[in-house]
Design a protein around this ligand. Structure first.
Ligand SMILES: Nc1ncnc2c1ncn2[C@@H]1O[C@H](COP(=O)(O)OP(=O)(O)O)[C@@H](O)[C@H]1O
Ligand SMILES: [Mg+2]
Length: 322
């Protein structure tokens, strides 16, 4: 017979609507039975689990082709150490992964782990990268939904498409990133169809509220003022991203240049020239200067060489602002 603990786990996971967990416990029961010499019973249980898993996967694959094209799936390889953010933000990210790993413990006390996360901040400060880090840390697949494309492509039927995406979130646990989220979260309404945007927002609010899946849902937005305030309440956490300060710029440059960093590197002018650039822009300037070094058969990047690339990024940046 299964142990009392296993029976209780089975009942708990069923009642809390966690099919994947239920199946995992069922497999533990099968292993236990096999260990007791009840091979036939163990095999019957395994067959039932396999069948259930196949059906669940079928549900995920039944998604229409058009929606598949809007969800990009990937297993990122982005280590947490590459992400340069203030300690407070790093702690918040750690708390998400920690609670995810300890979700059973939390659940046994009637608590749920934080899993609906909003990321806000200027472009190129690490929002998408944070979703990659979460997926990598938790060994989950990252599914990215291009919200702006979803909306323009399916104007008039966006809510129905959203439902299909939330079905996928339920059927196939992973990290789901709604990128460029202001495309639906915006209070600013599109001139051509105000009513449609309202409907889409209320559909999203309803879906995210009802969602009880094992997935982590991340929404990323460049502009907090564009977001409907009702949205924030539906999320367990809101993380704010900012342009890097001096110390962060220095860490970022050290990380990216790595062995290319010239010995006795002087920082003052480099830090001044990287001021007001985003992480992404500094990252690109570093890579440009590494490329230049390689192509001119040099083994290091000097402060002067990096400053040249940073200045290029600054003028591109200012050009965009004008
Ligand atoms: N905080 C950061 N720390 C380290 N690298 C960063 C950071 N933010 C951005 N980058 C670099 O810039 C690239 C693009 O950033 P991304 O995460 O897509 O920005 P966002 O989603 O905020 O617009 C990343 O893949 C990474 O190489
Ligand atoms: Mg992004």
């Amino acid at each position: 017979m299964a142990t009392a603990e296993q029976l209780k786990s089975l009942i708990r996971s069923h009642l809390s609507g966690e099919p994947e967990r239920f199946l995992a416990v069922a497999l533990r029961v099968a292993a236990h039975e096999a260990g007791q010499g009840h091979g036939a019973l163990a095999q019957d249980i395994r067959k039932l689990v396999d069948k259930a898993r196949l059906e669940r996967r079928g549900l995920a694959q039944k998604l229409p082709q058009d929606i598949r094209g809007l969800v990009l799936s990937d297993d990122p390889d982005t280590p947490k150490s590459a992400l340069v953010v203030p300690t407070t933000l790093r702690d918040r990210i750690d708390r998400i992964t920690h609670e995810y790993r300890q979700q059973a413990k939390l659940k046994s006390h009637g608590l749920s782990h934080r899993r609906k996360i909003m990321l806000i901040g200027p472009p190129g400060t690490g929002k998408t990268m944070s979703a990659q880090v979460l997926a990598h840390e938790l060994r989950l697949t990252l599914h990215t939904i291009q919200v702006d494309r979803l909306v323009t492509k399916f104007m008039g039927e966006t809510s129905a498409k959203l439902r299909q995406i939330f079905d996928l979130i339920q059927a196939d646990p992973g990290v789901y990133l709604f990128d460029e989220f202001d495309a639906i979260g915006g209070e600013r309404t599109l001139e051509n169809d105000v009513g449609e945007m309202r409907r889409v927002i209320s559909a999203f609010l309803q879906f995210i509220e009802q969602d009880m899946s094992d997935s982590i849902i991340v929404a990323a937005s460049n502009s907090p003022t564009l977001l409907d305030r009702a949205l924030f309440r539906r999320f367990d956490d809101t993380l704010y991203y900012e342009l890097p300060n001096e110390d962060e710029r220095k860490r970022l440059i050290q990380n990216v240049l790595g062995a290319f960093l010239a010995p006795r590197f002087t920082w003052k002018a480099v830090l001044a020239d990287s001021n007001r650039l985003s992480h992404a822009e500094i990252d690109l300037a570093c890579r440009d200067s590494i490329k230049r070094a390689i192509l001119s058969d040099e083994k290091i990047v000097s402060p002067a060489a990096l400053r040249k690339m940073l200045k290029e990024r600054q003028s591109a940046h200012n050009g965009r602002r004008r």
